[in-house]
Design a binder for this molecule. Sequence first.
Ligand code: G4P
Length: 541
Amino acid sequence: MNNALYNDQNILSEEIKRRCTFAIISHPDAGKTTITEKMLYLSKTIRSFGKIKPKKNTAYTQSDWMEIEKKRGISVTTSVIRFLYRDRLINLLDTPGHADFSEDTYRILTAVDCCLMVIDAAKGIEERTRKLIQVAKIQKIPIITFINKIDRNYKDLNILLNEIELELNMLSSPINYPIEYNNNLLGLYNVIDKKILLYSNNSKKKDICNNDLFNNLNIKDFSSKNNFSNMTYLKIKNFVNVIKNNFITFKRSDFLTCNITPILFGSALDNFGINFILDFLVKYAPFPQSRLSNVRKVYPDENKFSGFVFKIQANMNLKHRDRIAFLRIVSGKYFKGIKIFQVRTQKKIIVTNAVSFLANNRILLDVAYPGDIIGIYNHGTVKIGDTFTAGENLNFVGIPSFSSEIFKSVHLINPMHQKRLLKGLFQISEEGAIQVFTPLVNNNLIIGAIGPLQFDVVLERLKLEYKLELFYKEVNIFTTRWISSKNINSLNTFILHNKHLIGLDREKSLVYFAPNMINLKVIISKNKDIFFSKIKEYQSY
Ligand code: G4P
């Protein structure tokens, strides 16, 4: 290997080891936004709190990319945030949590190497988190658990940990544990570092007490320093001894193979314990991983560039009517002016203006490495599931589409605009937040989404961008399944008998509209030759 190549390879390996790409998943209100904010504060990316999410009822949100976000004061789109903590470059993919939850949110988990599951300590695992866990498990992503809001009353921790183990089907390994006395939170004991972080609700000032020091310190000194009675001191010491011996010892290999979930506690509101999450991430989170393609496995340290698109965001800036494709780099290096090969279209494109993100701010990138998420501007030429390489003909697999959960048929006030409606809906659905179906038996287009807000977003966007006025009608669809069969005759007979419950998706794949769960179960059991799938791989050809 010549010197220049050797150097490039070395830099690539070093850069890969610096990256950490993770997503935060939670049920709405568990504290995801507050945690993100505190992480950005601790990493000195922002200088004060309240930059990402304003107080309620204020008109402006930094991540407001669309009118509807401004009106509602919540984020419709998934943000990618990049920041440096200690010497690791962290790519954080935030997932919308409210009614704006969409299929996109699930797909985010295909682009990360681990995820942070945030739980409200008083509520335990809630519905949205449960669904995201299922997807994380399909993707075999290591899960870190953060139990938030321990500054106020919480569930019995043994019950909570049991619940988490059952839901994840993994053992839990607390990295830190709350120390309480007389129902008051005194601090967090860090099982790995053997240090105690004393609790204070002053979110900018935190005392760390080294446990050795704590053990050797004279009771009087320690107690007077911390305003504790001697009795409290002894109780804490006893408590620490009990928890030290009670938990499964954390092993990074068990975490990376999804056999355990490390548990961290804290209060995002009080900026208490968030530094432990960051310290954990930089020390133990997986490096950017290899990825399977239809041809071979691609490794991050291969010097040729490759990546895949997991999200499209259109019209982030209405004035420019641009689309931005979110691409996760799998191998090699991106540099300004790179020529990359779009496998689906077999075309080469030169990229000079890839960006990275901080909420709605986009920063022009000179270079990027495996694990990084880059944004590529385009005018509808890039699709979800697209693979880009340095020339090799391969497609990354495992970028799925998921069954929708809410369905409505869409109707024009002026029926003359049907063609424009089709164009608009197909373009919006290409971004991946909604699905559009055409029934076999009539022309009523059906929209499927996961969160109810998507329907408002579509209405608003079609009005704003396509000048279309429309309304929805309820439809009797409970869920959908993609259908296929190895036996074409069986498939044709099935279609013939059930055509009133079958439609086509945007890519003309067959979809069964199940009116209820019982119907679905019966139809599956009666048609053994037909394969019913909740998930569909994106077709990047
Ligand atoms: P989300 O993104 O997961 O939806 O949650 P978010 O951070 O917006 O937090 C939801 C609510 O929970 C917010 O209160 C927030 O202040 C509060 N919260 C977050 N972390 C903690 C914590 O550790 N302890 C306590 N006690 N509360 C916490 P809000 O009143 O709904 O909104 P805001 O007016 O404070 O923004």
